[in-house]
Design a protein around this ligand. Sequence first.
Ligand SMILES: O=C[C@H](O)[C@H](O)[C@H](O)COP(=O)(O)O
Length: 232
Amino acid sequence: MSDRNQTQESPEKKAAGIYAASLVKSGDKVGLGTGSTVAYTIKELGRRIREEKLNVVGVVTSYQSEAIAIEAGVPLTTLAQMPELTIAIDGADQFDKNLMAIKGGGAAHTREKIVSMSAKRFVVVSDPKKKADVLSVPVPVEVMPFGKELAVRQLKELGGKLVLRAAAKKDGPVITDNGNFVIDCDFGEIQNPKELAARISQIPGVVEHGLFMNVDEVVIGKSDGSIEILKK
Ligand SMILES: O=C[C@H](O)[C@H](O)[C@H](O)COP(=O)(O)O
């Protein structure tokens, strides 16, 4: 799971994030993910817009990425105006060799899934620690408050150990950018992520889960500034 309180620079995340910005071409409509890794991408896009006159528009996935994009000078649009994106770039909390990923450590996975699935190409940016043989970090599930009790019961029936995500500087639960709760569901080692994803999606009141099956490539940054690319 990513360290959300990380304030230090990460050379691995920086290498991945900056490389991913080089995949963007003039004219692209770019999905901008959320988190500390893609923050490097957004800032680098801002630099390219200023210095290279790159002509792009972004669609953000959270208030956080909106603020970073505005600060960086990346022009923004919406899916209502640009429903089909050229590329989406985002971080992840864990991924495996089949490029299945778990996202939502920042509670942004619902918008991230909508934006990434609106893009022709979905690139994940990561540090090496997030690669796993088998997915095993808790799966974030965004749930409508009205449906929490039923969702808890049914997620437990699927074998999850559940924690209602608590807010850091507010009493009570995290409230997502969409006004919902997040339940972190620990299923241990997930042998069949596709089946689990389908079963979670059937629960009434579940808005979206953090299992992603649409990653096209993962850019892994290394501490020496180099990168490795995994593709499907
Ligand atoms: O909800 C948040 C996202 O899915 C992030 O992309 C993910 O948690 C990775 O974040 P970071 O790049 O900060 O490790």
